[in-house]
Every structure is written in structure tokens, then in C-alpha cells.
Design a protein around this ligand. Structure first.
Ligand code: SF4
Ligand code: SF4
Length: 309
């Protein structure tokens, strides 16, 4: 019988989303499974949205590229949820009913109620793990947060064996240089520089994984406040946020017309420059709400807004 899992990982540039996918993929191969791993970069820079996709199966995998209908979604940074820094909006779009969401968060309060309601409708199982805190405590660097996220996932569903994960970390950091991009190679070097030997890097990161396996917790829907639950019912069962359309919007009072957002937007003619008033403007109907412009604006003049048309 075919057993398959599709994972979508969303985070910010510099968090090691691509590395986490690569490590899980390599470990799955070591365990004798079929796997396909695809990173996705928009603007490749720190704190811009970053995604990676992993497919694991005991049968040949023919699909490649973006995972549209994941069984598991891993959120590496709270801004993916709270600021819409994601290529997919809302962040759980496409999640299969009964699917798993794992969030890097210290508690359920870090998860937006609106999103919780949409997830409840899907009967999603939501978990959170303090990945950044574990990484800092155990490895002394937040660069190991991605390993803590991998550990959190292993604490929910053992997709790969710990021995295979250990071998993946050893190979990735102790073997030939892995280059998915200049940034991932540079991040590998920074992580290596935090440890005196590769063996220490491997051991510390395995400790991170094991700690995260123990600390991952499931969110209980009963924690939703009555007020929020009532607003859910008033909306005809749809999350208020999920029912609306997201797009970027420029606050003209804050915009200084530097055009950084125009240069960053991955699609043409979505952000235009208003010559008369020297301000940027978003053509909302064309905007896919990826959040890249939000990340680069020096004046916090753009935010992702929800509207009905
Ligand atoms: S990046 Fe911000 S300040 Fe610069 S043009 Fe765009 S909205 Fe205005
Ligand atoms: S305006 Fe462009 S960069 Fe900004 S959210 Fe929309 S598509 Fe993304």
C-alpha cells in the first residue's frame, strides 16, 4: 500500500527552511524511501519569505515543484502567520483535511484566532514547539531552529529514523559542500563556525532534535474563546480572514517613494509609482500577497490587508 507525505515548509530567509527540507529528504533516502525536495526562493535575502517542499513515499514520486495540497505544514516564523510573509495565503491554503500544522511558537497565544478557526474547519491538528528557544538553549545559536522544527515534526510523526537524520547532518555539514544557493552555502558556513568540530555540530544538533521531540505540544481547540467562536459562527462558519482577499496596501502617509518595493515585487506592474505624488501604489487585483514588499519597505509603509474585492 502506498504511504506518502507532502510537506510544505514556510519561513523567512536565513531560517534554514531549505536546509531542513534537504536533511529530511536525505534521511528519508537513507531509510530506503523515495523522496523529492524542492526549495523555492523569491527574493533571496534575509527575512524575505522562503519555502521548501518535501515529498516522501514508499513508491516512485513523479511530481515536482510546489506542494499545493500538503499533509503537513511547518511554519518556521510567527511572521508567516501574523504578517502574511508567505507565498500561500492564508498560510494553510491547500492543507488536506485532518492535516498537521507545526508552528515555531512558545505557546498557543502566538497563533492568530482567525487562522485557528479556519484550521478548525479543516479538522487540522495543530502543534507548536519553541524551536528558536530550544536551538538557543541546546546549541547556542538560533541557526539550529530549523533542526528543532525537524525534531518537533519527528515528535508528531516519525517520518525518518534518528540514525538517518544524524547521517544527513553529518553528510550535509561534514561532506562535500552542498550548494542550493549562495545564501544557503553561506549559512552552512556560519553554522559550522559556531562549533569547533563537525562531530560537535552533529551532536549538538541531535540534542536539539531530541529536545524538540519531547517539547512539541498539540493545540486544543477548546482553548478558543467563546467570543472568537461566536464570531466564527456569525461568519457562516468561515474564518473572517479566510473569507476575504489579501493584498498589499501602501500607506501614503508613510511612503517616501524610495521604490524598493517596486524593485522587489516578483511580478510586473503590481506596484506602480505615482509620479505626481511620488508614492508607490499597489494594483491590488494583481497582487498575490507574497509579502516581499512588506519585508523590504524601510518605512513600514506597506502591509498585507484583507478586503472583499
Ligand atoms: S518601499 Fe515603502 S517607502 Fe519605499 S516606495 Fe515602497 S512603500 Fe514607499
Ligand atoms: S505587491 Fe508584489 S511583492 Fe507586494 S505582496 Fe503583492 S505581489 Fe508580493
Amino acid at each position: 500500500m502506498e504511504e506518502r507525505f507532502s510537506i510544505r515548509m514556510s519561513g523567512l530567509g536565513g531560517q534554514g527552511v531549505v536546509t531542513a527540507a534537504h536533511l529530511i529528504g536525505m534521511a528519508a533516502s537513507t531509510d530506503g524511501k523515495q523522496t523529492a525536495v524542492n526549495p523555492f526562493f523569491g527574493a533571496e535575502k534575509r527575512l524575505a519569505p522562503a519555502e521548501s517542499y518535501v515529498r516522501i513515499s514508499n513508491m516512485p514520486i513523479h511530481e515536482r515543484g510546489e506542494v499545493l495540497y500538503p499533509d503537513i505544514i511547518m511554519i518556521f516564523h510567527a511572521h508567516v502567520v501574523s504578517m502574511g510573509k508567505s507565498y500561500t495565503m492564508p498560510f494553510y491554503d491547500g492543507l488536506r483535511p485532518g492535516g498537521i500544522v507545526l508552528i515555531n511558537a512558545e505557546g498557543p497565544h502566538d497563533i492568530l484566532p482567525d487562522d485557528m478557526l479556519g484550521l478548525k474547519k479543516l479538522n487540522a491538528k495543530i502543534y507548536y514547539v519553541p524551536a528558536t528557544k530550544i536551538a538557543l538553549d541546546m546549541a547556542g545559536t538560533d541557526l539550529s531552529s530549523n533542526l528543532a522544527m525537524v525534531g518537533g515534526l519527528m515528535g508528531i510523526v516519525e517520518l525518518v529514523s534518528q540514525n538517518a537524520l544524524r547521517a544527513s547532518i553529518q553528510e550535509r555539514f561534514g561532506g562535500a559542500k552542498f550548494i542550493a544557493s549562495g545564501t544557503t552555502a553561506a549559512l552552512d558556513d556560519v553554522l559550522k563556525s559556531k562549533f569547533s568540530k563537525i562531530s560537535q555540530l552533529v551532536e549538538k544538533n541531535m540534542e536539539v532534535i531530541e529536545a524538540a521531540m519531547l517539547q512539541v505540544k498539540q493545540y486544543v481547540y477548546e482553548d478558543l474563546s467563546e467570543e472568537v467562536s461566536n464570531s466564527y459562527i456569525d461568519n457562516g462558519g468561515a474564518s473572517s480572514k479566510a473569507a476575504l482577499i489579501p493584498s498589499a496596501r501602501v500607506n501614503r502617509d508613510l511612503c517616501i517613494g524610495c521604490k524598493k518595493c517596486l524593485m522587489t515585487c516578483p511580478d510586473p506592474n503590481v506596484i506602480v509609482y505615482h509620479k505626481a505624488i511620488k508614492k508607490a501604489e499597489v494594483v491590488e487585483i494583481r497582487c498575490k500577497a507574497c509579502g516581499l514588499c512588506v519585508a523590504v519597505c524601510p518605512k513600514e509603509a506597506i502591509k498585507i490587508d484583507y478586503h472583499t474585492n
